[in-house]
Design a protein around this ligand. Structure first.
Ligand code: UDP
Length: 572
């Protein structure tokens, strides 16, 4: 069993462990995992299975306690509570209708009070300033963002996970320019990610330097024509300036929509890894790839495929159970979530896995392995979902899905790669498929009373085994956060431990695309750029993402937001 360090324990205590009114923990980390395993195991009662409920509870506990797999934070926090909202990802419909808007606010508040996040497609809202039949003015998409952003701020309580939001707007909406420029400074709409929903038609118009029509969402009238290139440049400039907006490639998303007869997908959850229909929800969980390496840090290290396959199998069952025991805020969401039974199994600790295998993140070998690993996970998760379909039933909308009749599945989607911002911290591995952000763990998570400095444990172990460990070197690495400028360290180590901003944007993208190729949903990945990156690089990153078949893309240039969550010491 993995030792739970003080750092992980501090986070567990501040957010996950059950507490009494005086904030005293009522459970140990083991008891938390047991609470989750029992709550999720309860779904077994609904089905006739070969194994007993306690068998599965035991398996679920083992997976979590050994940090082979963790469900997303919402499941860890809320399992076993009276209102058991275990999903973190929702998409809600938005319209100008007053009653519908009030309902959207009410449901958003419920979701966020229970540590979930919500995405909204704002494209159906009438343009700002246009007059309604009653002579009032429509407020438009930006005002909607403002309202939800304030709601999130009000709901936020100490120790609770802050709700996150995603606002998407179709590139042909008349307010698109205002939307693209909505986040001028890092402090604007801090609880919102914004994304432009881009179509292939727009991309063609941009490449051919044509004008693009902005269309009224209700009447379908052409309101204005603007040069597609001009709009594209505004998007690139803003993303270069402070990371927002990101892009959603709507046609690519819909080429993989498992249930097109139920509607076109135009929104995603807050971090973008799950494209969803209105009222859909998805629950996430992540495999810890670092734990799948046998004989780590040695020349004989290898991937334990059997262990990975078995973990995927149990994890899919776990996530499918979550759908049954989950409490949904409103019946419409329950209906959609249970109709498609989407789950999103992803990964964390990818960079750590590579380090344990001695493969640099920047190498072709790493990209090839990314493809191989995710292909394996996808196949195993589809096998698990197929077995569950036979044991339980295919998802209720299966007959309306692209899988019918050849491929019975229990879940309309099985895989998604989430950012794992908190759970990777609990498991003490690199988040999601990102490279290491820094080699000095000091800033990896902002927690009160956290130990001031600690070296990346993998690096520490390699330095020790190679006789390179000295106080001088450690102090220097802790001060700089990377190895690049430190004399006396071998080149192979400098290559193996390249940090996010030392990794060229093309390599970031190649990892994203390699994983995306074998992921049912999408990937939450930030293309990290050094502060010196140019707009041309952002332009290239976006275009390469579209060519490569990404479902979305986000960039972040170092220091481009005043209050950036992670920061390397020298700002490079
Ligand atoms: N999320 C949220 N608030 C947060 C972080 C995450 O609502 O502060 C939701 C959001 O839908 C996001 C999903 O949780 O896309 C997964 O995020 P992450 O993997 O970082 O969550 P973790 O399980 O690590 O807390």
């Amino acid at each position: 069993m993995q030792e739970i360090t003080d750092k992980a324990h501090t986070l567990l205590k501040s957010r996950y462990l059950l507490e009494d009114v005086k904030s005293h923990s009522l459970e140990s980390p083991e008891q938390m995992f047991s609470r989750v395993a029992v709550a999720v195991g309860n779904a077994e009662k609904n089905y006739r299975t070969h194994q007993s409920k306690s068998f599965w509870e035991g398996r679920f506990f083992e997976l979590m306690r050994n940090y082979l797999f963790l469900p997303n934070s919402t499941t860890l926090i809320n399992a076993g509570k009276p209102f058991q909202q275990l999903c973190a990802c929702f998409v809600l419909p938005v319209s100008d209708d007053k009653a519908a808007m009030d309902e959207c606010m009410r449901v958003s508040a419920m979701i966020q009070e229970n540590s979930g996040g919500t995405g909204y497609d704002l494209s159906g809202l009438n343009p700002r300033g246009e007059t309604t039949l009653k002579g009032e003015s429509y407020k438009g998409p930006i005002d909607f963002i403002r309202q939800i952003d304030s709601l999130t701020e009000i709901i936020m309580k100490p120790g609770r996970r802050k709700g996150a939001n995603m606002g998407a707007l179709h590139v042909s909406h008349p307010d698109i320019e205002e939307f693209v420029n909505a986040k001028v400074s890092g402090s604007d709409f801090q609880n919102f990610n914004i994304s432009v929903g881009i179509t292939d038609e727009f991309m063609q118009a941009m490449f051919q330097d044509k004008v693009f029509e902005l269309i009224h969402p209700e009447s379908g009238e052409v309101i204005r024509k603007i040069p597609a290139k001009y709009l594209w440049k505004s998007i690139v400039r803003q993303a270069w300036w402070n990371g927002d907006p990101g892009i959603l490639f709507l046609d690519e998303i819909n080429r993989h929509n498992p249930t097109p007869s139920l509607g076109r997908i135009t929104g995603t959850n807050p971090c973008g890894e799950v494209p969803l229909l209105p009222y859909e929800a998805c629950n996430l969980g992540s495999l810890n790839l670092a734990k799948m390496v046998a004989l780590p840090f040695s020349k004989s290290s290898f991937i334990n495929w059997k262990k990975l396959g078995e973990t995927v199998n149990t994890a899919i069952r776990f996530l499918d159970n979550v759908i049954d025991v989950n409490n949904y805020p409103i019946p419409q969401i329950e209906f959609m979530a249970k109709g498609n039974r989407k789950v999103g199994l992803g990964v964390m600790g990818w960079a750590d896995m590579l380090i344990r295998l001695g493969i640099p993140y920047t190498s072709n070998e790493a990209i090839e392995l990314a493809s191989k690993i995710m292909k394996f996970i996808k196949e195993k998760s589809w096998n698990a979902s197929f077995d569950l379909a036979l044991e339980r039933e295919p998802f209720p909308n299966w007959e309306k899905s692209i899988y019918y009749p050849m491929q019975p599945l229990r879940n309309a989607t099985c895989t998604a790669i989430a950012p794992t911002g908190s759970i990777s911290f609990l498991a003490e591995v690199s988040p999601s498929i990102e490279p290491l952000f820094t080699l000095n763990n000091r800033q990896e998570y902002q927690l009160k009373n956290q130990t001031p400095q600690s070296l990346n444990p993998a690096l520490e172990s390699i330095l020790t085994s190679r006789g390179l460990y000295s106080k001088g070197i450690i102090d220097r690495i802790c001060a700089e956060g990377k190895l690049k400028n430190i004399p006396g360290l071998p080149e192979d180590l400098k290559e193996l431990f390249k940090t996010a901003q030392e990794v060229p944007f093309q390599i970031h993208l190649k990892h994203q695309l390699a994983f995306q190729n074998h992921t049912d949903n999408a990937i939450s990945k930030t293309i990290n750029l050094p502060e010196s990156a140019t707009m041309t690089e952002v332009d290239w990153a976006f275009k390469m993402a579209w060519y490569g078949g990404a479902k979305g893309v986000t960039v972040y240039r170092n220091r481009s937001k005043e209050h950036q969550p992670f920061e390397s010491i020298d700002g490079q």
